[in-house]
Design a protein around this ligand. Structure first.
Ligand code: ATP
Ligand code: MG
Length: 419
């Protein structure tokens, strides 16, 4: 016998038992985004490899070692399963000229792919909800992003998420800082790990994003970019902080926060929790004013962020959150020739009235059907025997919270169940 085939390592099935949690999250997110005027964009899961190399940056974890890249067997094109959503979103905006008339507030959701070492909160296929605002240059938009995420945590009832912010300044400021940083790390060359040594001259800022515990003390003591900050970025950052304070948002400035992707400038932020172990960042983003131009569009400022859905759901579960059950209003139990013929028609009538109805399929005794009705978590069993069917009626039996079984017309049942 051949070995059974299993899911690819680090890529998870989301089973029916978790459907209620995922759908609760997705419904909440959709309403929340509508409340802020964001419109969804859907892009393909596969893109030209070059898109990610050019946007995320060659000397980053993602591009160096995490991308699922392959060659199209037919035409040799180099393709990649998207590791994140911003690059695709920006590509689509440029391709379809969406910034021609007006700035855009966009959002996306879907699976992302990174070849990482699977562990709790870190998978090879995971899901993000991302938000991108394109064509906005002021700190008001950075503040909107942070305020809206704070509202989402409140809507979800998430506890213990804290905001960290930083500014990466202009590219000139980063160039100055880069030199200082190289100097500092060169002085401590002996303490650098292999990744850091390799990045010392190609991308020293990335060293600050190291996940290696042995590097943390060195990173903590590294010089801060603040001293090199340009006037404009300084003002932008001050204004953002004033807006956050005015809105009552607590934050911590973390000068080591640089983010794992190269396209960021000025504002960067992360929402972190201590309740998920090492995988504590549930949402991250910032400003990427040069990305649109970098991948071939007309220059336009932009900022955005993405949240890790698995991590947010893990946090909700950790808090003991119970999503509302996905239970039907009624389960239709039917027995007898005339009843079997009426049942699907009655079910459709109930659904016409907006009720969620599961009709028993597959026959069986009254007792076994009632067992299934109970297991379905439906509020009511709608029972149809030949007696009822011949009279054009049904019996309604409450399954939760008591109450007597009562026989009534289908219309009366609809009125009763709709209460
Ligand atoms: P980390 O520092 O944890 O590797 P990152 O900086 O690589 O995260 P981003 O590219 O900013 O992550 O992605 C935004 C969010 O997506 C993260 O904050 C996290 O919640 C989630 N995320 C990123 N990679 C994974 C993964 N492999 N598995 C699950 N969630 C992930
Ligand atoms: Mg990462």
């Amino acid at each position: 016998m051949s070995k059974t085939i299993q899911a690819v390592r680090g890529m998870n099935d989301i089973l029916p038992a978790d459907a209620a949690l995922w759908e609760y999250f997705e419904d909440t997110v959709r309403d929340w985004l509508r409340a802020y005027g964001y419109t969804q964009i859907r892009t393909p899961v596969v893109e030209a490899t070059d898109l990610f190399v050019r946007s995320i940056g060659e000397v980053t974890d993602i591009v160096e070692k995490e991308m699922y890249s392959f060659e199209d067997r037919l035409n040799g094109e180099r393709l990649t399963l998207r590791p994140e959503g911003t690059a695709s979103c920006v590509r689509a905006v440029i391709e379809h000229n969406l910034l021609y008339n007006a700035p855009q507030r966009l959002w996306y959701t879907g699976p992302m792919f990174r070849h990482e070492r699977p562990q709790k909160g870190r998978y090879r296929q995971f899901h993000q909800v991302g938000v991108e605002s394109l064509g906005y240059d002021g700190p008001d938009m950075d503040a909107e992003h942070i305020l809206m995420t704070a509202r989402l945590w409140k809507l979800l009832g998430l506890q213990d998420v804290a905001l960290e912010i930083n500014t990466l300044g202009s590219s000139e400021a980063r160039a100055r800082y880069r030199e200082r940083l190289i100097g500092y790390f060169e002085q401590h060359a002996g303490e650098l790990d292999v990744d850091a040594k390799r990045r010392l001259h190609s991308n020293p800022l990335r060293i600050l994003d190291s996940k290696n515990p042995a590097m943390q003390a060195l990173v903590e003591a590294a010089p801060s970019l603040m001293e090199d900050l340009d006037e404009l970025s300084h003002m932008h950052f001050e204004q953002l902080q004033a807006m956050l304070s005015a809105a009552g948002i607590e934050y911590r400035i973390n000068p080591r926060l640089v983010r794992g992707l190269d396209y960021y400038n000025a504002t960067v932020f992360e929402w972190v929790t201590t309740r998920l172990g090492a995988q504590g960042t549930v949402c991250a983003g910032g400003r990427y004013d040069s990305l649109i131009e970098q991948i071939g569009g007309k220059p336009a400022p932009a900022c955005g962020y993405a949240m890790g859905v698995e991590r947010l759901l893990a946090l909700l579960q950790e808090q003991g959150f119970q999503p509302p059950a996905l239970a039907p209003d009624a389960y239709i139990v039917h027995l007898g020739v005339v009843a079997d013929a009426l049942a699907p028609l009655a079910a459709e009538q109930l659904r016409d009235a907006g009720l969620a109805v599961v009709m028993h399929c597959g026959g069986g005794s009254f007792k076994s059907q009632m067992k299934k009705a109970n297991a379905s978590l439906a509020r009511f069993a709608v029972i149809i025997g030949d007696d009822e069917a011949l009279a054009g009626e049904v019996s309604v039996k409450p399954l939760r919270g008591g109450g007597e079984q009562a026989r009534m017309s289908i219309q009366a049942a609809i009125d009763f169940l709709s209460l």
